[in-house]
Design a protein. Structure first.
Length: 443
């Protein structure tokens, strides 16, 4: 059925109210744009879809890369019953009812495919309701998610699904998508769209890998373009009114949160000051709590710099307090200052390694008793039991050192702190060498 114009006043025309992404949604893999690593000829996902031999799968990827579109294509191709579930509206009772029908259909040879968009929004009980039917083969499950399945999908259900990772669309993918859309008779019927290639490139760049943003931006540009009857012209001025600021993908509670804080930490560790500044400001622009970032910088100061620069911890504590005092947006410059300092400071993880070695011995040896000579003896009974006997007070000695053993015998000689020669830590290495040499002479 031919659609009316996008700008038609016919309120009863459902096509007018349908988003552009729905009007031009591809119905075959040949029309699908992107995900070549999965859908090119000979690739595994392409093969199993073409053969209608789909196992239970999870489609994992950022927004707007084609997860739902792939499900629609599978629905068009499959000879199975195709059912869509919503995490918002589907309760346990609804799920079990449909699953029982699927089981009855299986017994007569009819397959059922169940598509769950945003499967990470299903709670544990809802996910568990699908498990026995996936195990028995009553249904083939297709789950789509923007969140890491390792964290958001029950391990039992995940172990029975093949995970396919969809990638962010490239600028070239989005340019192809936009050009295909402009040639699609269902996109803007009865209209002639005049738009230059540079404007298409600008929209593709702005969309930041998200097809839905690209199509919505194109539609808004056309709605606001210069119109002469059925001819719409989009120029740079029109486009600049439509495009303001890129939408940054940052979820303060999702995987991207952990990805970017990891990127910040590893950029500073690698002394890449510019990358570190970039990742810091990505977090801030995404709305991250500056106090959270400041706490991580305090941790970094000891974990990755330690005694190589004894001022690093002081700088980060000062910045932490500054963030508490003035908050955003003013404290962004303080955080940037700390990130620059930490990135350029000499690096040593000797403190972190020493802590880890000690914890290993604690786990291996358990609760080793404190040697009697370094126990306090506040009562006569404790003194008679040998508490504090043969204690040597270091301040009374010429070199402020004694040959008294302070570690439990079981871990005597275990060395935890191995200082590097980075920055100021070389002084600690020299001091430690002096102490060891003194003990060798006074055995």
């Amino acid at each position: 059925m031919e659609q009316e114009s996008l700008f038609s006043n016919n309120a009863t025309d459902n096509a007018n109210n349908s988003p552009l992404a729905n009007r031009v949604r591809p119905n075959s893999l040949d029309e699908f744009v992107g995900q070549e690593h999965l859908l090119d000829k000979g690739k595994i996902l392409r093969e199993i879809i073409d053969a209608d031999q789909l196992p239970s799968i999870i489609l994992w990827g950022p927004p707007g890369v084609g997860k739902t579109t792939l499900a629609h294509i599978i629905a068009e191709k499959t000879k199975s019953n195709f059912i869509t579930f919503s995490a918002v509206t589907s309760g346990i009772k609804d799920i079990r009812k449909i699953m029982e029908e699927a089981e009855m259909n299986r017994e007569i040879g009819q397959k059922t495919i169940v598509f769950i968009d945003e499967i990470h929004r299903f709670n544990k009980a809802q996910q568990d309701a699908f498990l026995p039917f996936v195990e028995k083969g009553s249904i083939t499950l297709i789950g789509a998610t923007t969140e890491n399945p390792s964290f958001e999908i029950n391990s039992a259900l995940l172990s029975r699904c093949k995970v396919f990772i969809l990638k962010e669309l490239t600028k070239e993918n989005l340019v192809q998508l936009l050009n295909n859309t402009l040639q699609n008779k269902h996109a803007f019927p009865k209209l002639q769209i005049h738009i230059d290639q540079q404007s298409i490139d600008i929209i593709a760049e702005f969309a930041n890998g998200d097809a839905r943003i690209a199509l919505n931006t194109l539609e808004m540009a056309i709605l606001n373009g210069d119109r002469d009857k059925d001819v719409i012209t989009i120029n740079q001025k029109t486009l600049s009114q439509t495009i303001t600021t890129k939408s940054l993908r940052y979820d303060k509670h999702g995987e991207e949160h952990y990805n970017i804080i990891s990127a910040l930490h590893k950029s500073m560790r690698n002394s890449d000051v510019d990358a570190a500044i970039y990742w810091l400001n990505r977090m801030l622009d995404g709305g991250e709590d500056p106090i959270y970032i400041a706490r991580r910088l305090v941790r970094f100061a000891s974990e990755d710099i330690g005694l190589a620069d004894t001022h690093a911890l002081s700088v980060t504590i000062d910045v932490f307090q500054a963030c508490q005092f003035i908050g955003m947006p003013e404290c962004d410059v303080h955080l940037t200052e700390a990130v620059i300092y930490l990135s350029l400071a000499p690096k040593s993880n000797a403190v972190y390694v020493a802590k880890s070695k000690a914890k290993h011995d604690i786990k291996e040896y358990g609760n080793l008793p404190v040697p009697l000579q370094i126990r306090n003896a506040p009562t006569k009974l404790m003194k008679d039991a040998g508490y504090g006997k043969n204690y040597q007070y270091a301040h009374d000695e010429k070199d402020k050192l004694t040959d008294m053993q302070t570690a439990p015998p079981e871990i005597k000689g275990h060395q935890y702190y191995l200082p590097t020669e980075q920055g100021k830590e070389i002084r600690f290495k020299q001091r430690l060498a002096y102490i060891k040499e003194w003990h060798n002479k006074h055995k």
